[in-house]
Design a protein around this ligand. Structure first.
Ligand SMILES: [Fe+2]
Length: 267
């Protein structure tokens, strides 16, 4: 199966800019590129920071733009989001019995769990006892099936102090729950605004650039988050029984050699 991962659009009111960029225009360009090239994907996942400051008008704009988007889209919340404003704009989006925006989706290749790590008003994430119960229950339901996890905040440090200070605040308990299931196939998250891959406790993970602004690769600065204007991207994820492949598409770059532009002497 194939699905699309993108993250951190940081939408503001339509017509406004953020760090000199129009986030809505950036997201529209991304969605148009996906619609033109990956209509065969099963769905799209956006791993949080949908709005830059939880603005109702940003969620309304996102809602309106997704109406004609051909893929079903799973939306997660990040530290810049506002849960109730989101739920007002998306009353039909899946939430759990405690109004956390998290859900489980069973497909042939495994169980997809979309988690809510938002601690409203804080930039660091939290996975509270109520949400832990939900996760434990859904991991038990998955039994011996593969599980793919999606969340905004990474549950571990990545070696960049300014970002590590606002990651998940209770990673030990979260890790303990995750350890109870031995078939966590992959962890996808946002928050970093950078392409980072690796493994955590033996679980492969990946994240990528946001669709608006980025975080500079800086291992030293600890008092501010250094932004950058590196190019936005989305991921095309292919899941097969024996492998997980994560491709990166820099959708603003149109320099690919298409067949009609192929050079006479291929490499
Ligand atoms: Fe973000």
């Amino acid at each position: 199966m194939k699905f699309i991962h993108l993250t951190d659009p940081h939408l503001v009111a339509p017509g406004e800019t953020l760090h000199g960029i129009d986030p809505l225009q950036r997201l529209r360009q991304c969605l148009a590129h996906i619609a033109a090239n990956h209509k065969d994907a099963e769905f799209c996942v956006i791993t949080g920071d949908l709005a830059d400051q939880g603005q109702p008008e940003a969620y309304r704009a996102l809602h309106d733009d997704l109406v004609n988007f051909p893929l079903k889209t799973h939306l997660l919340l990040g530290n810049h989001d506002h849960r109730e404003n989101f739920l007002t704009a998306f009353p039909n989006k899946t939430r759990d019995e405690n109004r956390f925006v998290q859900s489980a989706l069973r497909v042939e290749c495994g169980d997809f769990l979309f988690l809510d790590t938002l601690d409203q008003g804080q930039h660091a994430g939290v996975y509270c006892k109520v949400r832990q119960t939900w996760l434990s229950r859904n991991l038990a339901i998955a039994k011996n099936r593969d599980v793919l996890l999606f969340m905004h905040h990474p549950p571990f440090r990545i070696g960049m102090p300014q970002i590590d200070s606002i990651s998940l605040t209770n990673p030990e308990k979260f890790a303990e729950i995750i350890d109870s299931h031995d078939r966590i196939r992959h962890l996808f998250f946002g928050h970093l605004h950078r392409p980072v891959t690796g493994s955590w406790r033996g679980i492969p993970f990946s994240t990528l650039f946001g669709t608006n602004h980025q975080v500079a690769l800086d291992f030293d600065t600890s008092d501010v988050i250094p932004y950058s204007l590196e190019p936005p991207a989305y991921s095309v994820v292919l899941i097969e029984p024996d492998r997980t492949i994560v491709h990166t598409c820099y959708y603003q770059d149109d320099t690919a050699w298409r067949p009609e532009r192929r050079p006479s002497t291929p490499a």
